[in-house]
Design a protein around this ligand. Sequence first.
Ligand SMILES: [Mn+2]
Length: 366
Amino acid sequence: MAIFMERVEKLKKIGKKAGIDAFLVSSEKNMRYFAGFSVLAIERFAGIMIPVGTSAPIVLVPKLEEEKAKEYSAFKEIRSYDDSENPAMLLRQVVKVLRMEKAVFGVEGILPFKFYRMLVECSPKIRIEDASVFFSQLRRIKSYEELKRMEKAASIVAEGIKAGIDFIKPGVSELAISFQIEKTIKENGGESVPFCIVLSGRHSALPHGETSNRKVREKDIVLMDVGAVYEGYYADITRTVFVGEATKMQTKIYEIVVKAQETAIKTVKSSVKAEEVDRAARKIIEDAGYGEYFTHRTGHGLGLEVHEEPYIAAGNKTVLKLGMTFTIEPGVYLAGKFGVRVEDDIAVSTPEAKLLSSLSKELLVI
Ligand SMILES: [Mn+2]
């Protein structure tokens, strides 16, 4: 529980500096991060009101989530409403109790509009600001415990991809391979597999193609991009393998992508800018003449969410710091032919970046 108090204290400090009087956190991920429990607030309102002053955070939940909140929430001031009541009234009460009728509230950019409106309507003098940047400022630096979970998530995804590779042969479908991966991940303790993309043959040229009934054929390329969650934390790994043989062209592209990925990983250290890591990967692919076929950023932050800060992209001047975690996943996609992507999860560490996942990148012909 100490960890949640610590996070809330840090948030309060940031809020004070930024002129925010209270935060309202309503997303599943931020509730989990700041209070140790979460409910999915899409239809029914739920949230945690975190005053920047001395008052304790107040947890607001629908009645049916009250017991869960009592058991898991780090904060014990819990208020609930039942389905016959209007949550707007409860929110208004809480604003009144906290004397926040003229307050500046910091909310998430993704706060549902209907919840935003409930807050606006609490009092005519309330001001609401997007505090997303403050939440991510805290969340993007991972603690030792968070890193351990992410490593575990990565090792589970690696097991899944290995099982997928073992299963690949001509005649099996992308969906069947995907099922093997997903099954193995769950057998190994992965709590969910939000995506498990398997693309074969020319499908592999679609960076986010859809897994289909297409059956793998001799001389196909197979790309697997898998994300799974362990104790709330994501891993996201991609491997590309070859069936029967890899043509000269495929081998060449594969080697370029791996070189781009490894070069980018080597540039990662604290004080380097996110855009420099992107540049390092991109330069290798551009110099090889395939720049126009690397159509996305080099990576994205990873943690409680699969895409979060810091984004490893051109123009992102965020300075990397110890404990930041993100993917490095360059790719080359030749439309109508094939695509190659190789993705690993890494943490900014010292003296060099730490790979959270360990899965071979040797060119593999099955
Ligand atoms: Mn990814």
